[in-house]
Each structure stands twice: as C-alpha cells, then as structure tokens.
Design a protein around this ligand. Structure first.
Ligand SMILES: Nc1ncnc2c1ncn2[C@@H]1O[C@H](COP(=O)(O)OP(=O)(O)OP(=O)(O)O)[C@@H](O)[C@H]1O
Ligand SMILES: [Mg+2]
Length: 200
C-alpha cells in the first residue's frame, strides 16, 4: 500500500505497511505508526539508558545486537529483529549481513577491551558500521544510534542528544548528520565523533 508522504532524504519511506502488527480494523497514519514505534523504543530507552547497563545486560554480541532491534520495533513490526533478505539502496548486500554483523561485534569487543579508541570514537565507529551494514528492512538509523547510546552509557557517558524528531524530518540537522556518515564512509570520523560529544 502506498502513502502520499514524501520520502525523507536518506530515510526509508514507509511505503510498505505489510508486517504491521497493529490491529487491522482500521488504517493508520504515518504519524500514528511513528508514535507507536516511539512508545516501543521508549521502553528500550528506559531498560538500557536509565542507569548504567552491565556487560551482561548489554554484551554487544551478535545475538544481542539483533535482539535489540526486536526489542525496539517488535511491538509494531513483524520484520523487527529479522535480517533483511532484500537489497536496499543503503547498506551492504543482504547475503553478507550476518558475517559483517559478527565482524562488527568482534571489533567492538576488541576495541573495548584494548581501548583502541576513546569511548566517543568507539561509539561513532559502532554507529557508522551498524548503519552501513543496514541489517534490517527499516529502523536501522534508530537502532544504530541506540547501540551508540548504550555503549556510551555503559562507559559512564550520557547518551547523545540526537533530537530524534528532528532527524526524522527534512531539516539542516539531518543533512549534517547524513554528511557526517558519508565522511565516515571515507574513513573521516571527526564530524561524527563531534556529534557524539553533544550528550545529555
Ligand atoms: N547516504 C547514506 N549513507 C549512509 N547512511 C545513511 C545514508 N542515508 C541514511 N543513512 C542512515 O540510514 C538511516 C535510515 O535508515 P532506516 O530508515 O532504516 O532507519 P530509521 O531508524 O527508520 O531512520 P531514521 O534515522 O530516519 O529514524 C539514517 O538514519 C542514517 O543513519
Ligand atoms: Mg526508516
């Protein structure tokens, strides 16, 4: 089913509402769906960010990272926590996702143990790699930013002020954010790291 909402630059437009878990007795506006997602994500925010999450609670393992997406979107979407099997305009080829996500988990655990980079840089690299892989049909941006926030919080920093409502509409902040991700694609992490320093 199509909707008339203009796609937002860099975001997956919700033009496919198959897999929506909400009661089928009526039609939902994009705003309503976005609100339901936000409610679901709010519970995850409380679970992982209201106090410092232990390494047992947030192990940054392959399985846990996938499960986090399910925790964030599972009340609303069937595809929550399921690796995509279709190709998207953003992200790597679908068949490589599981390998690359395992590599990311291994790398984060290595960086964490060896303090290869400081906490801001580890969280920026985690965020960038996660969204570059783009493992899921949707929700990859919010999931990647949540991963970064949980890593920051686990390492005694406050979460980043992403201004989610701003990032999800057309505005200069989103442009800056996407530009910082594109720079990171070229190995230039400075701007994304700076964004990770604007914390609560
Ligand atoms: N050109 C790009 N290069 C790399 N990453 C991008 C690019 N455009 C967008 N992204 C990332 O992909 C995310 C959008 O993917 P997706 O729609 O799956 O996530 P989302 O959580 O639904 O989106 P949103 O960030 O709008 O809340 C953006 O937030 C950004 O992190
Ligand atoms: Mg999206």
């Amino acid at each position: 089913m199509k909707n008339s909402t203009k796609p937002i630059d860099g975001a997956t437009p919700i033009d496919d509402i198959s897999g929506l878990k909400l009661p089928k007795d009526r039609v939902y506006t994009l705003k309503e769906i976005y609100f339901k997602e936000a409610e679901n994500i709010a519970n995850v925010t409380i679970k992982y960010l209201s106090s410092i999450p232990s390494k047992k609670e947030a192990p940054f393992s392959y399985e846990w990272m996938i499960d986090l997406h399910k925790e964030m979107f599972g009340d609303v979407w069937e595809w929550a926590g399921k690796l995509r099997q279709i190709e998207l305009s953003i992200g790597i080829q679908a068949y490589r996702i599981s390998t690359e996500l395992k590599n990311l988990s291994d790398d984060v655990l290595f960086w964490d143990k060896n303090k290869t980079y400081d906490t801001y840089e580890i969280s920026a690299r985690l965020h960038h790699r996660a969204v570059q892989i783009h493992p899921f049909q949707n929700g990859n941006g919010r999931w990647s930013r949540m991963l970064a926030d949980i890593y920051m919080r686990q390492n005694s920093l406050m979460p980043v002020q992403w201004q989610e409502e701003l990032l999800s509409s057309e505005n200069p902040n989103r442009d800056r954010y996407i530009q910082a991700l594109k720079k990171a694609d070229e190995g230039k992490y400075e701007e994304l790291i700076e964004m990770h320093k604007i914390t609560y």
